[in-house]
Design a protein around this ligand. Structure first.
Ligand code: NA7
Length: 519
């Protein structure tokens, strides 16, 4: 292989066995095949930086890559690096137990197979444990009921009566797509959302060539930015400029497109200053009022919470509610009471007759899949017990009492375009494993460092308006889940700075315990 830098286990010369529940690689993009699925990170930045040759080979034709193209890209990565020989597909791992005597992990599958390893790296998916609401009568529906993350390849909604529950990032993408092909689309909305235009459209070959010629500087910028979306975050406070100037900047961002750009590229205090946040929110609310013709529909679509959830963007999200085939039901005002064989019944007694019900109801984010597995560290303690109060970690990659276990996108990792975060964490975990290899022992973090990292994440989150809204970023979407921070909201550059400091201080916060040395 040429043109790529040594990355991950290959730089250590270790043997690796990877397990994947799906019948193919791709994770999120393997599972999420609903109509309209796409990344809202612009195409040049939603890819790995480590394979420089592939960056040159792989092109794109639109501002954003859609689900099937991302899956094809990930398959190409696997192919090029001949990874499939190390990956066992269609294998659901159900348990992992640390043997303190042997200092090894035993990994077991649902089929009863087991393997032993010195190290385990968990990449269980940040948004993978599916959340399906417990609605009475859900099993009685005569049509097709699907969660967006389990979309069957042979399910078409063309010409059908479709109901969708959920208007988050997934729901709004699906709604835009379904509004074009369903005979009737009923949107069951719990919370109104702020959505700005994505600005999606064709890219010219010249633009693509220009990006390709600048990749080294692009990655430099991405890694030194906050959200790692490939744009410069604003350094100007909305509170420092006139209302006219704010609206000029918001309009420019509206015309440019992209949700993260609207929140982080316009001004630097939208997520933190209530007045600046309200200025952005009011701008979007005015757009809703301008676009949506029926005042009652416009009222229901208008959010009242601060603009402080994961930012969304779509093409024509609000306009589509003017179409005759689209109907909006506010289930805050008129709750779903049950699912019947014919469709969805709301509190006003109406049965909305449907052929397909789509649950765009999200995920038990971040720790969901960890808790669904039986993961046992020192003294037989499970991860579920260890996280009884809240899911925690040191630097998003390690948790105390679980030696030689490393998480990619574990709790309290950075909140960014996830591809660069994955790369940064893989590089860091590789260094941790190298340290353990070098010293011939186990490596683990301590409770003290884990607690300090949680405090750091909480205090950063509390300096923002994000905890003031109910979203999966704090676990608020799952009934009974504790409202707690699940991310490091300090940004990519700061996160990398912390990792650099930790390394320079001899992996501060990690202990290598060598039995040989102890003996
Ligand atoms: P989200 O963002 O968690 O959205 C889920 C949506 O489903 C949201 O509108 C919820 O309303 C709604 N929801 C959840 N539970 C229910 C129940 N019980 N009844 C009615 N409506 C419900 O998930 P997504 O899949 O859209 O996006 C997750 C991330 O994946 C996304 O941010 C990307 O980064 C990728 P709510 O707003 O909670 O009132």
């Amino acid at each position: 292989m040429t043109g790529d830098r040594p990355f991950g286990h290959r730089s250590l010369g270790l043997r690796v066995r990877a397990f994947e529940k799906g019948d193919g690689v791709g994770g999120t993009w393997f599972w999420n095949r609903y109509p309209g699925a796409m990344s809202d990170t612009e195409s040049p930045f939603y890819r790995y930086s480590f394979d420089e040759a592939l960056l040159q080979e792989w092109s794109w034709e639109r501002k954003y890559i859609d689900g099937p193209d991302i899956l094809a890209y990930l398959e190409a990565v696997v192919d090029r690096h001949d990874l499939l020989k190390d990956i066992q597909l269609s294998t659901e791992i159900t348990g992992m137990t640390f043997d303190e005597e042997a200092e090894t992990w035993t990994v077991t599958s649902a089929a009863g197979e087991s393997w032993t390893a010195r190290y385990v790296v968990t990449s269980l998916g940040l948004l993978a444990a599916v959340n399906v609401p417990d609605i009475p009568g859900i099993d009685t529906f005569r049509g097709t009921l699907v969660h967006t993350a389990h979309w069957p390849d042979d399910l078409s909604i063309d010409g059908k009566r479709v109901g969708v529950v959920g208007t988050g990032s997934t729901g709004s993408q699906f709604i835009v797509a379904a509004s074009k092909t369903a005979s009737h689309l009923t949107v069951f909305q719990r919370s109104a959302q702020y959505s700005v235009p994505s600005g999606n459209g064709p890219t010219t070959p010249e633009e693509v060539a220009d990006y390709k010629s600048r990749y080294p500087e692009i990655w430099e910028q991405v890694r030194n930015s906050s959200v790692a979306f490939g744009f410069e975050e604003s350094t100007i406070a909305a509170s420092s400029v006139t209302p006219e100037e704010r609206d000029r900047v918001f309009q420019e961002a509206w015309d440019r497109g992209n949700g993260f750009f609207f929140m982080f590229g316009t001004f630097n205090d939208i997520p933190t200053d209530p007045e600046s946040n309200e200025a952005a929110a009011a701008f979007i609310r005015r757009k809703i009022a301008e676009k949506v013709k029926d005042p009652e529909t416009a009222r229901k679509l208008t959010p009242t919470q601060p603009y402080a959830k994961r930012p969304l963007c779509n093409v024509g999200y609000y306009d589509l509610y003017n179409q005759d085939n689209v109907e909006l039901v506010s289930i805050k005002e008129n709750p779903i009471v049950e699912i019947t064989p014919e469709g969805i019944k709301t509190a006003d007694g109406v049965v909305h007759e449907l052929d397909v019900i789509v649950m765009a109801t999200g995920f038990d984010a971040v720790d969901g899949n960890y808790r669904r597995m039986d993961i046992r560290g020192r003294d037989g303690q499970t991860v579920d017990e260890h996280w009884a109060d809240a899911p925690t970690s040191y630097l998003g990659v390690a948790t105390a009492g679980f030696p030689n276990m490393f998480m990619i996108l574990g709790p309290n990792g950075p909140f960014t375009n996830l591809v660069p975060s994955i790369e940064v964490q893989v590089e860091f975990v590789t260094k941790l494993i190298a340290a353990a290899e070098q010293q011939g022992g186990t490596i683990e973090t301590t409770q003290e460092f884990e607690d300090a990292w949680s405090e750091e994440c909480t205090s950063i989150a509390n300096a923002t308006l994000f905890p003031k809204t109910d979203s999966w970023i704090f676990g608020a979407n799952i009934p009974g889940k504790k409202h707690t921070v699940l991310f490091y909201l300090g940004g990519m550059a700061s996160y990398r700075g912390v990792l650099d400091d930790v390394q320079q201080a001899g992996l501060r916060g990690f202990e290598v315990k060598s039995k040989a040395v102890a003996a």
